[in-house]
Design a protein around this ligand. Structure first.
Ligand SMILES: Nc1nc2c(ncn2[C@@H]2O[C@H](COP(=O)(O)OP(=O)(O)O)[C@@H](O)[C@H]2O)c(=O)[nH]1
Ligand SMILES: [Mg+2]
Length: 158
């Protein structure tokens, strides 16, 4: 299984790119799965095989902890890491050739908090990190340095 993480700023087109990559790989005969890691998204341009919203619900977090949307997103982003075993099990059940990972809307919540790098490092760990890719797109130049730190943090991609 090869995992492709789609990373970018909010509204930069991550979800649409995920949908197009799904179509591209499918048309070329590969078995592709899409993992949605955005707990706050309402509509997706693809049908996800594995969905973090099954485990982390933004509206429930807002109600339960009396948080606004931004605070709930921070909490939800951290909760994603605690659901990695469930998400890993769901991914293993699908077991695609390529796993496209559509990351949360706000890059800062995924890349700069410990939960994002933890998730990237530990997903597919039990698969001995078979070919593990990351993709970055549409980065404003201020973010590139941070992005490379994030990428270089990973020891397991070709
Ligand atoms: N014109 C144009 N619009 C795009 C492109 N990629 C995404 N969009 C639109 O930009 C908006 C945000 O895209 P989305 O994939 O949800 O961004 P995300 O927040 O990074 O997942 C949506 O309305 C998309 O239809 C693109 O390459 N060209
Ligand atoms: Mg999105």
């Amino acid at each position: 299984m090869k995992a492709i993480f789609i990373i970018g700023t909010a509204g930069s087109g991550k979800s649409l790119l995920s949908a197009n990559l799904f179509d591209y790989y499918t048309k070329n005969g590969s078995f592709v799965g899409v993992l949605n890691l955005d707990p706050g998204v309402e509509n997706l341009p693809y049908t996800c095989d594995v969905d973090v919203r099954d485990y982390v619900d933004l509206v429930s977090i807002m109600r339960q902890y009396d948080l606004g949307p931004n605070g709930a997103m921070i909490m939800a982003s951290d909760l994603i890491a605690s659901k990695i075993d469930d998400l890993q099990r769901d991914v293993d059940n699908v077991n695609p050739d390529y796993l496209i990972v559509d990351t949360p809307g706000q890059i800062e919540l995924f890349a700069y908090r410990t939960s994002g790098p933890f998730f990237v490092q530990n997903l597919l760990l039990n698969k001995k990190r078979e070919y593990f890719y990351m993709m970055v797109h549409l980065l404003p130049h201020q973010l590139i340095l941070f992005q490379w730190h994030f990428l270089l943090h990973q020891s397991n991609f070709d």
